[in-house]
Design a protein around this ligand. Structure first.
Ligand code: AMP
Length: 407
């Protein structure tokens, strides 16, 4: 997959209608936006297109829309907040059909620099169904060019993410990426495909099964692969260690053996925990007090559960990060929701905060951990897309990236 994509800096949008797929999937409570990070993050691309004289037509999904269109998942609150932030009225098309007469009329009335926001794209119920073709076509009819700036949705071949581009191309328009997408491609894509070495990848989280392709792909690309979290115990069992009551996937033991052999053949370092913080009973609620005891992996008792990397492992992993020039991290080192079992995750976050290396945090729990710990501004890049960033790390082609025009 070529990652050399045209961006909003490569097109001239003066007087043209530009459809921008944003990620306005913001949390709402009683109609109020409780976290507007995603709206703020979308502003640079929108402002660039407005300033260049484009007619800016925004679209996004919001929520899962499981039971059909409803006011609770309308984009109306986003239109209001966006108007305030842009200092300009954003015309909201409230029609649950998303495209159609109301949208067409709103777009027809636009002047250069105007902004229209369409209704929640999932209201149409056609993002991923066979009706997606018609929806894609109708979205494309509203615009001359298309900008994708919704990285969190770019692993989905949805109508508003990928389907629409075919029809934009057919009429000679451009399909480009916005600034948010560009940053994700630069860091997650290029840093992994073409890393400054040594390149250290750190993987954690609950299950091996969720990260099979990530492990395999990163092993090929990196110099050192560090494994922590619940998934480390399937590796440790594959090495013949007692793992007590720790999380394990017995169907993936052979896979772990294969990966360890692959590391050896490729001459890559694969680091596993040398000690664990163990508990007798899983806390309920998750942040309840626990009776933590540290054991070396060779002395793990059969009646305890490993829930975090131990102090020696913390040191080992922090040391491995020190000499790195590129570090990618996805997944916590333990049950970080519990303060007693969060030390491994905190140690890794600290090690990344201290290094001069390019540090890239995959979305999801590790991004949340880095934010909570106040280390966000010490990282080179924190991905906004959980699923999408994992697929990037798997080396997969992301539909929303593939369809953008190459430079
Ligand atoms: P993931 O969604 O795969 O990134 O996994 C994140 C979850 O893994 C978090 O909720 C952690 O509590 C959990 N986790 C991490 N390490 C362990 C462990 N050793 N045992 C059980 N759960 C773990």
């Amino acid at each position: 997959m070529s990652l050399n994509k045209k961006s909003v800096d490569d097109i001239n949008v003066k007087g043209r209608r530009v459809l921008v797929r944003c990620d306005f999937n913001v949390p709402l409570k009683g109609g109020e936006i409780t976290d507007e990070t995603r709206i703020t993050a979308a502003l640079p691309t929108i402002q660039k297109l407005m300033n260049d004289g484009g007619k800016v037509i925004l679209c996004s999904h919001l929520g899962k829309v499981k039971n059909g269109p409803n006011e609770g998942e309308s984009l109306a609150p986003v239109a209001k907040r966006l108007s305030e932030k842009l200092g300009k009225e954003v015309t909201f098309v409230a029609d649950y059909h998303v495209t159609g007469e109301e949208a067409t009329a709103a777009v027809a009335a636009m002047k250069e620099g105007d902004v229209v926001l369409l209704q929640n794209t999932r209201f149409r119920g056609a993002e991923e169904t066979k009706n997606g073709e018609e929806f894609s076509k109708e979205l494309a009819e509203l615009a001359d060019d298309y900008v994708c700036d919704a990285f969190g949705s770019s692993h989905r071949a949805h109508a508003s993410v990928a389907g629409v581009t075919k029809y934009i191309t057919e009429k000679g328009g451009s399909n480009v990426v916005g600034y948010l997408m560009q940053k994700e491609i630069d860091f997650l894509g290029n840093a992994v495909e073409n890393p400054v070495r040594p390149f250290v990848a750190i993987l954690g989280g609950a299950k091996v099964a969720d990260k099979l392709n990530v492990i395999s792909n990163l092993l090929e690309k990196c110099d050192t692969l560090i494994i922590g979290g619940g998934m480390a115990y399937t590796f440790l069992k594959a090495k013949g260690y007692e793992i007590g009551l720790s999380l394990v996937d017995d169907t993936k033991i052979d896979y772990c053996k294969e990966m360890m052999e692959k590391a050896e053949q490729l001459g890559k370092k694969l680091l596993l925990p040398v000690d664990s913080v163990t508990i007798k009973e899983f806390p309920n609620p998750i942040d309840a007090p626990v009776d933590a005891e540290v054991y070396e992996v060779a002395n793990m008792p059969a009646d305890r559960e490993g829930c975090d990397i131990g102090p020696k492992t913390r040191e080992l992993y922090a040391e491995a990060v020190k000499t790195a020039k590129t570090v990618v991290w996805n997944g916590p080192m333990g049950v970080f929701e519990n303060p007693t079992l969060a030390k491994g995750t905190i140690a890794v976050a600290e090690a990344l905060a201290e290094t001069d290396a390019t540090t890239i945090i995959g979305g999801g729990d590790s991004a949340a951990a880095v934010n909570q710990l106040g280390f966000a501004d010490k990282m080179s890049h924190i991905s906004t897309g959980g699923g999408a960033s994992l697929e990037f790390l798997e080396g997969k082609e992301l539909p929303g990236v593939v369809v953008a025009d190459d430079k």
